[in-house]
Write a protein that binds this ligand. Sequence first.
Ligand SMILES: [Zn+2]
Ligand SMILES: [Zn+2]
Length: 177
Amino acid sequence: MLFNVSQLMREPVGARRQAAMDEDWSPDGTSTVHLFGPVSLLRTDLGILATAVLSSEADGVCDRCLRPLRYPMHMEFSEEFLPAIDPLTGAPTPDPDDPTPFRIDKQHILDLDEIVRQAWLLAQPMQTLCRVECAGLCTDCGGDLNTGGCRCGTGSVDPRWAALAALRGETDDARKG
Ligand SMILES: [Zn+2]
Ligand SMILES: [Zn+2]
């Protein structure tokens, strides 16, 4: 995710480079995902505007039945990176009033890692389901309702739960009464 922009920084405002992201990346330091998509680097008056539209796939579990699943990820971002040193003179640039984590370092390397990490978090779906009609797990026995794994009501209740079930029955009766 590193781009050497030393040449682009010496070009006039409006100069542009097109690149393609196609690499493995770790969102959490352990698992690895593959990221791909176009990256545009545009010279601005202050630095470089990096724009990307990235796709990937993430591993997770279904929110209802906890089955492992893989879901598509779509990320878009546009962020201006400011140089740590003047590209022509090599002198350190004064810090702007509002410090940005998005810096082009002294070796003229623009690193997209942090902005991709933020975009990755924003792109996480509110809900991940193996399928919209997933029936989930039985809240009583934990059995998978999609596969008939629930054994409640079949008379084969674990004896350790039987007392609890009986208690619940009494409570229900009391409520009805
Ligand atoms: Zn599910
Ligand atoms: Zn059940």
